[in-house]
Ligand binder design. Sequence first.
Ligand SMILES: [Zn+2]
Length: 406
Amino acid sequence: MQYCEKRAWLGLLGQAMLLIAGFMLIFGTARVEAAFAERAGSMSEIKAVRVSNSADKTRIVLDGTKEASYKVSVLSNPQRIVVDIQNAWLAPDVKKSTTIDSRFAKAVRIAQHDPSTVRVVVESSVGKNNYKVFPLKGGSTAYRIVLDFGNLGGSSSGSAIDFNPKPKPKDETAGSGGGTGSSTGTGTGTAADKNQGNAGGTDVVVKGEPVFTPGIKGKVIALDAGHGGSDVGAIGPTGVTEKGVTLRVALELQKLLVKEGATVIMTRSTDTEVSPKKAKASDIEELQARCDAGNDKNADIFISMHMDSFTNSSPSGTTGYYYVNGSKAGQRLARELAEGLVTELGTGNRGTKSCNFYVVKHTTMPAALIEMAFISNDKEERLMNSEAGIKKAAEGLLKGIRSFFG
Ligand SMILES: [Zn+2]
């Protein structure tokens, strides 16, 4: 009897608790909904995702009703670029998944990640200098977040359209660096080509005039294959990477120089970053590591190999760059290398130009940065992706080095 009474009492208690829980659930949900509605007013509504493809980039634009902050992160295996838009909600009619299938990105997905975050995921294997996320305010849409994937190198674009006429040494080293670098803004580029990064700061490095004995034999020559590892550099129309071309030419040139009795210092001999910090290195750390490789070994000359690129495929040709406050020897080296390449590759000669690029500034010996050809040009991409083209480029550079030492 006592037992039964206890059970009845417990049953009653259970029912009461269920009732209370029910009330809590109803009112709780209502409270959350009210809070959401209140917040939604101050949130940015993401109303559309637009994708466009051009020869040099894939652009994804997110249209929002209000300014919103966002965080960019990278996930691996496979690589995905993730943009979390804060204080935002996704309009129900936005397409959740879009196949892109360009050489820069495969697909984009968008979802309401949590009540106040819209997550955009782009499947893309490009390196860190080949994507850029930035906001745009005003215009027909209140707020846009733009995700660009592709050849965003500003420096090479700058040189391609020959935007900077005669550089003035003082202006070049003042402020952000100037020169043919991207920070002067040509209206065509967005992100700086890392390996051509402006030296920055207001310091003026002045290089002395070296004296060389004739011939390649016994010389210490530093070869810098531009980009590498996480930094692919520019990408050609069919997907050929700048970092691949520069490495192939550097390895071929190394063989030729060793045969002629030179000691060759390679900043890299594989597809990797040069800084021991690898992909975690800042641009300056990475570029300084390349300079150090030559400086520490007292190299006689330093040659940085690159491929030029532009926002359309028409520009072509070879350009030699030297440090604006550098030695006459540096300028001569840039000219000889460019001429050697032009002779062997049959490319057009775009001339020799002064610049403030980091690797030619912060190396202690005569240094040149060579844009061997345009990877954005179909014909030159094909040429520099062929065994014959690589051999010709190495021969051309060898010819230039030979003329330089006399
Ligand atoms: Zn480059």
